[in-house]
Design a protein around this ligand. Structure first.
Ligand code: NAP
Length: 248
């Protein structure tokens, strides 16, 4: 069953990893996909072709999620190209890990700007069209680290916890307009980034997870399909952990 037929969705940071997985699964469910990247132009164009081959409309946009004006321009371009926006996935994110003793002000600010300001920027930019059509689903990708904290990731944890507070407030503010806002908190998801890590370390992490495996981008994408679709019409302000039971 295709759950997102004729829906237009926006995904930030879909040139790689989880965002790319979300774009592919959304397209398989019939969604038209407008997505951003920051610097990976070629992989983004290749993904746009792959999505189009699935029979949907798809387009890649270079847009720095941490920049307010670029988010506004991106939404204006999408409305021009696609007409309407039904769902938004704020996925773009970075890490700059370090122990607090060694974390620079710059590394703190940059992670907050890309991971948290980006959520504000795009939510603000889509607000007017969503209010006008009286519907919409906003999905913010946080992390189990935002729920629980993690040594060496104070900047990242703060940005991801901030996204949760922002989302709950948005859900309360916009519920009466039929605009929903939910969070997905992934655990350890195996992407190109984690493929570079030492296999023994990664296997240790897998064994510590109740389901005994790392997650795949598709695991996160499937939860996003549910939240973007009308199957979740009565769900807002929630955090769904997609973590193989890690936080249980
Ligand atoms: P990734 O493989 O590093 O991909 C990050 C994506 O975000 C890329 O497409 C990148 O575009 C884009 N991006 C980065 N900075 C951007 C900016 N300023 N503007 C626009 N796009 C930008 O990361 P991932 O593992 O897929 O993670 C995706 C999201 O899930 C992040 O929010 C991350 O915090 C969260 N998450 C990941 C895990 C995990 O285990 N992997 C766990 C929990 C949460 P370019 O290619 O152009 O740089």
């Amino acid at each position: 069953m295709k759950l997102l037929e004729n829906k237009n969705v926006i995904i930030t940071g879909a040139s790689r990893g989880i965002g790319r997985g979300i774009a592919l699964v959304f397209a398989q469910h019939g969604a038209n996909v407008a997505f951003t990247y920051n610097s990976s132009a070629q992989p983004a164009e290749e993904l746009a072709k792959e999505l189009t081959a699935l029979g949907v409309k798809a387009k890649a946009y270079q847009s720095d999620a941490s920049d307010f004006a670029q988010a506004e321009q991106f939404v204006a371009d999408v409305l021009n190209d696609f007409g309407t926006i039904d769902a938004v996935v704020n996925n773009a994110g970075i890490t700059k890990d370090n122990l607090l003793m060694r974390m620079s002000e710059d590394d703190f600010n940059k992670v907050i700007q890309v991971n948290l300001n980006s959520v504000f920027n795009l939510t603000k930019a889509v607000l007017r069209p969503l209010l006008k059509q009286k519907s919409g689903s906003i999905i913010n990708i946080s992390s189990v680290v935002g729920v629980k904290g993690n040594a060496g990731q104070a900047n990242y944890a703060a940005s991801k916890a901030g996204a949760i507070g922002f989302s709950k407030s948005t859900a309360l503010e916009l519920g009466s307009r039929n605009i929903r806002c939910n969070v997905i908190a992934p655990g350890f998801i195996e992407t190109e980034m984690t493929a570079k890590l030492d296999e023994k370390t990664v296997d240790g992490w897998r064994q510590a997870i109740p389901l005994k495996r790392g997650g795949q981008p598709e695991d996160v994408a499937n939860a996003c399909v549910f939240l973007a679709s009308d199957m979740s019409a009565y769900i807002t302000g929630q955090v769904i952990n997609v973590d193989g039971g890690m936080l249980t």
